[in-house]
Design a protein. Sequence first.
Length: 249
Amino acid sequence: MTISITFDPAFDFFLAKSHKEKDLAYPLTRSASVKDIIESLGVPHTEVGRICFNDQDIDFSFIPDTPGKLDIHAVDAPFDVRSPSMLRPEPLDRVRFIVDVNVLKLGRLLILLGFDVAYSSSFSDEQIADLSESESRIVLTRDTTLLKRRKIVFARRIRANLPYDQVVEVVDFFGLRDQTAFFSRCPRCNRPLKKVAKTDILHRLEPKTRKYFFDFFQCPTCGKVFWKGSHYDAMKKTFTSLGLKNPDK
Ligand SMILES: [Zn+2]
């Protein structure tokens, strides 16, 4: 017995050439869930937005046991992780990320844009999956295999090669252009910065910084002090050149 599977063209990134054809004939040799079938063909479940069997919406646990037609649709951008769907009935209450070691620079840039990002060069695949579940975080990675883990519900397999292109990819895929808050978090600790009185940190400032800057921010975790100096201006210029700017509040 076989079923016929059609993947959206958006899945070409993951599929072997022989699987890109329409109406792929898939032999049902064992009772396998739709999740297992899709992933055995190379597509992680996290990239799938909708599945239909004989035109009926189904979820990942569905086990086809009759001949039929399986249509696999990709997640459409912008992907609103705060809306429930058939495949993801429990949405996230806010956007938070965890990045894999292969996209650490992307993670740091997202923090500079103001997003909550857990990152570490020592996270194992298992830790990433566990944290994505326990802290409701979206996984960002270039490792397709990692995304086949059942615990990972929200994710993006990053396509772009360069960190700044990856930032644009993530912001556009999840529809976050109006949610940036540049330099509101400590790039090292991911903690929101707090405003600090200049008089409290005056002794830590270089003479020029003392003279020309008035607004200062401090990380509650590491204590580092930040101000909108030349580094801020340069990064802001780079983000602006990518079309990213803070929404007017
Ligand atoms: Zn810090």
